[in-house]
Design a protein around this ligand. Structure first.
Ligand code: SF4
Length: 887
């Protein structure tokens, strides 16, 4: 059967995926014809086939926990929203949507809220990752446009990676960059990041700057470039404005390299090398993501960097330009349709009365919102204060992902009416819903997405949604109809919505708005089905799209000139102090996605980072008596604490902590890190400062540590444990890590209480002196569960026990292995580094010790690194450390 060409639902790289239907499932591979990835996929994309049958799917609408039919659910949502609007006005309702939605879903949600309800209170979780670049682009270029494309990475002389851990967060782009460097060894890569990430390892130069000091670094660069005669005088004279003020601010804050070096806590030579390299490189691409964006002055930091591209005219040409890397698969598509509360639709400004009238006429809308709505943090504050009384949350989990996450949880718990549409029903947010609506997910719905390179691609369905799940556009349109707007929401298909969206982008647009795909408004359903990836704008003059913007030096500002922005560097909203002396930085790990609803279901993605952790520099750890694999309390805002595993790493700057953002109430007991982060936002974009939260850390000594392998989920019975975290160890196997304050008087009773299988065969070993307990529970000859308890985290390797759960009959040796625990080696279990072939760190390091000297050798011998390549940065790092490589 012909493969179905679709796109990956995770990051903003937007890789093309080919799905082949097979007996009993699907197989997935990279789409070699997609311009974003040309066949490559990272570990998450490679494992997509294992996520199509999500175990916790929401299959039917529910009202307060009771299953209902669609008609009743839609009537309840429409009726309550109508009632609140009639009682308190349109500003009393809100939608909180997501970069996971397809453009067509987003389009109808925005149209309903901004055109028909008459409020702009629709914001998206893209506010948390992309709103500072949106505002920086608007300030500099007049419109939210990403000028460069992925192709430019391989044509550049210098690539600046500012606040972006490409190796883990955009792995396929990282591989594209590595390949570009192999083909052009002169390509110079600068990584600007307080952490020495795997991305920084591969860079030609790493600037481990003080967190929050980026604007000084870029202001210094502007001043240096100007003083070194690097200004493109013709470009600046003909195509820009505002240079003088920007230069004055740059000189005031960053007059020379020693001043910059002090402010950024960098050796002056590193700063000098970076500046000289930027000055000497004709073709420069700057990539940036959350490290710059998630700051209380993110917009300014970005404009400080954009200023350098404008000064040197390194924009609009091959191998040149700023390239904002979006976090989510459709963050850019959401921006196109007005998914942010501060935009209207099709890149038109909500503040512009002409645009409002135009959109109102196009939509035949009775009341287009007349002013910007509430941005994400403000929106949830308004729910907390009772100003917003009804909220509809689509495809996102704000109880985990927003800052001050406990306040968000309280706000939703107290809100008069909460609707959640999602594909799974067991999220922290879904637990607070009055109405739960089952949404179709990846593989089940059709539409388009736009990636970081402005490429609009089709996402295609290849299976029927389970139960009564429906696409989001269908759900929103039904509610709109039930609210009385039937004529304007009578869509038969996503193709019809796309045509309308495309038509609006070209409506009364004589080139003023760069976002224009108007020529696609006449696509037939069949042409929409076959639509190939295209970078916008797509016009009569550019029917195959436009890979690079601003080549003619004209910008979508009123006078056609790009604008320098004078940037006064600001310190983060709150600095560390005696009480909270560390800077906490939150972010992604390689193999998990957002709040783990999808990736958390895949055993082979769990092995790379199986537990929530806090990474700390070994010197800081020593001073605080923290040990590798021990547990630690991390404290932040209002004394809130989370509990996680300690990881020592010299990659971390002293004084800094890193905690992954993914863990939630379904996967650990006390690990929602955003409960510690205050809701400080950028005053221009409203983007929260996730990268600079003051925090403290202290050890959490426990009397016992253990793990459980069980076919059944047991965490509801783990309440007595001080700490627990779980991963999927196999298709029908959970692994729990746990620790507690005091060992119970006898473990046998506690184990039975926990595993709940008193009637089966128990094999047990208990050494009361050494506080060691091990047990295996058999159902006939089959292993049901195993439990290992000890006085410290040094417990038997976990992965090697998984295969025992696949055996129909356990041998005597197997049984001995279970209770003897004799194969104990190291603590914390083996970490899987190669997710494709499930190869552990231990096996790879051993192979290197035994003489393997290249990633190719490792690939040949172990398989690791030879498929998706996501583990290559780690393999390369260990090879570099090996004494053989050093000789
Ligand atoms: Fe998906 Fe990985 Fe590509 Fe991102 S880099 S789109 S997660 S396959």
């Amino acid at each position: 059967m012909k493969p179905i060409r679709t796109t990956c639902p995770y990051c903003g790289v937007g890789c093309g995926v080919q799905v082949t239907l097979e007996k009993g499932g699907v197989s997935v591979r990279g789409d070699e014809y997609h311009p974003a990835n040309q066949g490559r996929l990272c570990s998450k994309g490679t494992a997509l086939a294992e996520t199509v049958d999500l175990p916790e799917r929401l299959r039917h609408p529910r009202i307060r926990g009771q299953r209902v039919g669609w008609e009743e659910a839609i009537g309840a949502v429409a009726g309550k929203f109508r009632q609140v609007i009639d009682r308190c006005g349109p500003e009393a309702v809100a939608f909180y949507v997501s970069g996971q939605l397809l453009t067509e879903d987003y389009y109808v949600a925005n149209k309903l809220m901004k055109g028909f309800i008459g409020s702009a209170n629709i914001d998206t979780n893209s506010r948390l990752c992309m709103s500072s670049p949106v505002m920086a682009h608007k300030r500099a270029f007049g419109e939210d446009c990403v000028p460069a494309s992925y192709e430019d990475l391989s044509r550049a002389d210098l690539v600046v990676l500012a606040g972006t851990n490409l190796a883990w967060c955009h792995p396929v782009l990282f591989r594209r960059l590595a390949e570009a460097k192999r083909e052009n060894p002169k390509l110079y890569v600068v990584a600007i990041d307080p952490r020495r990430t795997y991305t920084a390892d591969r860079a030609s130069l790493h600037l481990p700057l003080k967190p929050g000091s980026d604007a000084v670094l870029f202001n210094g660069l502007l001043h240096y470039l100007h003083g070194s005669g690097c200004m493109d005088e013709i470009f600046v004279r003909e195509h820009t404005e505002g240079l003088e003020a920007a230069l004055a601010e740059a000189e005031a804050s960053a007059p020379d390299i020693p001043t910059v070096a002090r402010a950024c806590d960098l050796p002056p030579d590193l700063v000098r090398t970076f500046y000289a390299r930027f000055a000497a490189s004709r073709r420069v691409v700057s990539c940036y993501s959350q490290g710059l964006n998630q700051s209380s002055s993110g917009t300014d930091k970005l404009n400080a960097l954009l200023n350098c591209h404008l000064l040197t005219g390194r924009i609009g040409r091959k191998g040149c330009g700023p390239l904002s890397l979006t976090g989510q698969p459709n963050a850019m598509g959401g921006r196109e349709v007005g998914g942010l509360a501060t935009q209207l639709a099709a890149h038109m400004a909500i503040e512009d009365p002409i645009a409002r009238e135009r959109v109102g006429r196009f939509w035949d809308a009775p009341r287009v919102a007349s002013e910007p709505g509430l941005k994400a943090v403000e929106l949830f504050d308004s729910i907390a204060s009772g100003k917003i009384k009804a909220v509809w949350i689509m495809a996102t989990n704000p109880v985990v992902s927003l800052p001050d996450a406990d306040q968000v949880k309280r706000a939703l718990a107290d809100c008069e009416f909460v609707v959640v549409s999602d594909c799974v029903g067991d999220t922290d947010t879904a637990a607070l819903a009055d109405v739960l609506l089952p949404a179709a997910t990846w593989g089940e719905k059709d539409g388009t997405v736009t990636n970081s390179s402005r490429i609009v691609s089709r996402q295609r369905s290849f299976r029927t949604p389970p139960g009564e799940a429906r696409p989001d556009w269908w759900i929103v349109s039904r509610v709109a109809k039930a609210m009385g707007y039937g004529a304007q929401f009578d869509y038969a298909s996503p193709a019809a919505i796309f045509r309308e969206h495309a038509a609006l982008s070209g409506f009364e647009n004589a080139g003023e708005r760069q976002f224009d795909i108007g020529v696609l408004a006449d696509l037939t359903d069949a042409e929409y089905d076959e639509l190939e990836p295209l970078p916008w704008p797509v016009t009569v003059a550019a029917p195959r799209g436009t890979p690079r913007l601003f080549g003619d030096g004209r910008f979508p500002t009123p006078n056609g000139r790009a604008r320098f922005v004078a940037v006064t560097p600001r310190v983060p909203a709150r600095l560390p102090d005696n009480d909270l002396p560390f800077v906490l930085n939150t972010g992604r790990v390689r193999d998990q996605w957002h709040t783990m609803a999808r990736t958390g279901a895949v055993p082979r993605l769990a092995g790379h980072a199986p537990e929530p952790f806090v990474e700390i520099h070994p010197d800081d750890a020593r001073n605080l008596s923290l040990t590798e694999q021990g547990l630690a309390w991390v404290r932040g805002k209002d004394g809130k604490e989370v509990l996680m595993r300690v990881k020592l790493s010299e990659r971390q700057r002293p004084g800094s902590l890193f905690v992954p953002m993914h863990w939630n109430g379904q996967f650990t007991g006390q690990g929602r890190v955003n409960t510690l982060v205050a809701a400080n936002t950028d005053p221009i974009s409203g983007q929260p400062e996730f990268k600079h939260a003051p925090a403290a850390i202290r050890p959490c000594p426990c009397a016992w540590y253990g793990f459980v392998l069980s076919r059944k989920a047991i965490h509801p019975r783990l309440r007595y444990a001080r700490y627990w975290a779980r991963v999927r160890a196999g298709e029908a196997l959970w692994r729990y890590e746990a620790a507690g304050d005091a060992a119970p008087p006898e473990w046998a009773g506690r184990a039975r209480e926990l595993l709940g299988t008193e009637g089966d065969i128990w094999i047990e070993y208990h050494d009361t002196l050494r506080n060691q307990y091990r047990a295996a529970v058999l159902n006939g000859e089959k292993l049901e569960a195993a439990i290992f308890i000890g006085p410290d985290p040094d417990l038997p390797p976990r992965e090697s026990l998984n295969d025992l759960f696949e055996k129909p009959v356990l041998t005597r040796d197997d049984r001995m292995r279970l209770v003897s625990g004799h194969s104990a080696s190291g603590c914390g279990g083996e970490r899987t580094v190669c997710a494709c072939f499930r190869i552990s760190e231990q096996a790879i390091r051993q192979a290197i010790e035994q003489g393997l000297t290249s990633v190719e050798d490792i690939g040949r011998q172990l398989g690791a690194g030879s498929n998706c390549g996501s583990c290559l940065p780690e393999l390369e790092a260990w090879l570099r450390q090996s004494p053989d490589q050093g000789q």
